[in-house]
Design a protein around this ligand. Structure first.
Ligand code: ADP
Length: 377
């Protein structure tokens, strides 16, 4: 028979109805002015959002502005809950359904990447970020007896992977299975998750280790990428609708795709990536170590940009080999994997150049090449 895998009710909302599977969804979040902007009092806001139109206006000066469209544009008032629901929930659902997925935050240091992804919300539940909410969704939708949820937490700094749950482990290699394309980091600590309290503790531990490691290296956390990996293994009863006509080792003559056997264990993973600050480090004329550092950060962000652009253009070749970051992401974006990118910006025109380049990164991911340029009266 040529039965194919039927989508579960969970996936029907996100994958099977998705006209553009594999496209990266891009949302922009602007943070409100905060105390740190006080010294920017002379700099008026250069960004205005039109959330209902999913548009954002970037003012260049008094006379001209550019408009950009995204999948979603959040106002400063957008709640953490709403950001999670729009940006991450469908990715989490597809991961629960057996597909890999990635949620990434990109933006200048200080614009809210960590606030959006990593906030624990200890004193205020409503402030919980995407990591905690994702794990809440995952734990409530998996069974502690038949499913298994595990996490690793890594830092990628200057093309070296460090274990944030065991900081003595550095330079951990990435392993790619040549046959299945599966990417893994077998040297990293993997912790089986039992409760949300435990997860929050692990997050704190990872943050503390990140801070300590970066103090030792004399760098800042904003210079490294933090990658939370969540592995899910679910026992699936032999289902109606699974393609049992092909064995794992066979190849479908029509499509050339390898067949798969009926899985009794379904594996998937979710990557939540707090990217290094997108500010161009070379502009300050950095020297020596800083210049090396800038080169590596630029390398991974540039190669991430290239991969996202290739996905946006539906290119058959996604150039993931160029950096460790994209090698790690290789099996978790594009194809059947769901990917969301949240681009974070600040309001002040002091950072107009960085804000503009951040927005352009997001625009290229959306493949909207021609931004509408309008003159202001
Ligand atoms: P990044 O990770 O991009 O360097 P952070 O997440 O550390 O930035 O945010 C910088 C500062 O801005 C923090 O003090 C944070 O609490 C604040 N902040 C960021 N986003 C928001 C937001 N949406 N609402 C209120 N404060 C925010």
């Amino acid at each position: 028979s040529s039965r194919t895998r039927s989508p579960s009710p969970f996936s029907s909302s996100c994958l099977s109805n998705d006209p553009e599977p594999g496209r990266v969804r891009v949302a922009v979040r602007i943070r409100p002015r905060i105390a740190a902007d006080l010294s920017d009092a002379d700099y008026p806001d250069c960004v205005e959002v039109q959330p209902e139109l999913k548009k954002l206006k970037l003012r260049k000066n008094n006379w001209s502005a550019e408009y950009f469209r995204f999948d979603e544009v959040f106002a400063t008032s957008a709640s953490q809950k709403r950001v999670y629901e729009v940006v991450a929930k469908s990715v989490v659902e597809s991961v629960l359904d057996g597909y890999n997925g990635t949620v990434m935050a990109y933006g200048q240091t200080g614009t809210g990447k960590t606030y959006t992804l990593g906030r624990v919300g200890k004193d205020d539940d409503s402030k919980r970020g995407i990591m905690v909410r994702a794990l809440e969704d995952i734990t409530t939708n998996t069974s502690p007896t038949s499913d298994c949820v595990e996490i690793s937490y890594l830092q990628l700094y200057m093309e070296s992977i460090q274990d944030l749950l065991a900081p003595e482990k550095t330079n951990i290699p990435i392993v790619e299975d040549g046959r299945t394309g599966e990417v893994s980091v077998p040297g990293a600590t993997v912790v089986k998750l039992n409760s949300m309290d435990q997860f929050v503790q692990l997050l704190h531990m990872g943050e503390a280790n990140r801070h300590a490691a970066n103090t030792k290296l004399n760098t800042e956390s904003s210079r490294s990428h933090a990658i939370l990996m969540v592995f899910i293994r679910r026992s699936v009863p032999e289902q109606e609708g699974l393609d049992i006509s092909l064995r794992e080792t066979e190849v479908d003559k029509k499509t050339g795709r390898p067949g798969y056997h009926v899985p009794t264990i379904r594996k998937s993973k979710l990557l939540i990536v707090d990217l290094a600050g997108s500010e161009r480090l070379d502009k300050s004329g950095s020297e020596g170590h800083l210049r090396e550092e800038a080169k590596f950060i630029n390398l991974s962000l540039t190669s991430l940009g290239k991969c996202i652009n290739a996905l946006a253009e539906n290119s058959p070749h996604i150039p993931t080999r160029d950096s460790k970051l994209t090698r790690l992401l290789r099996d978790s974006f594009g194809g059947s994997a769901r990917t969301s990118l949240i681009v974070t910006i600040g309001p002040s025109s002091r950072h107009h150049a960085e804000t503009s380049s951040t927005i352009m990164f997001g625009q290229r991911a959306m493949k909207i090449v021609n931004a509408v340029k309008l003159k202001e009266e």
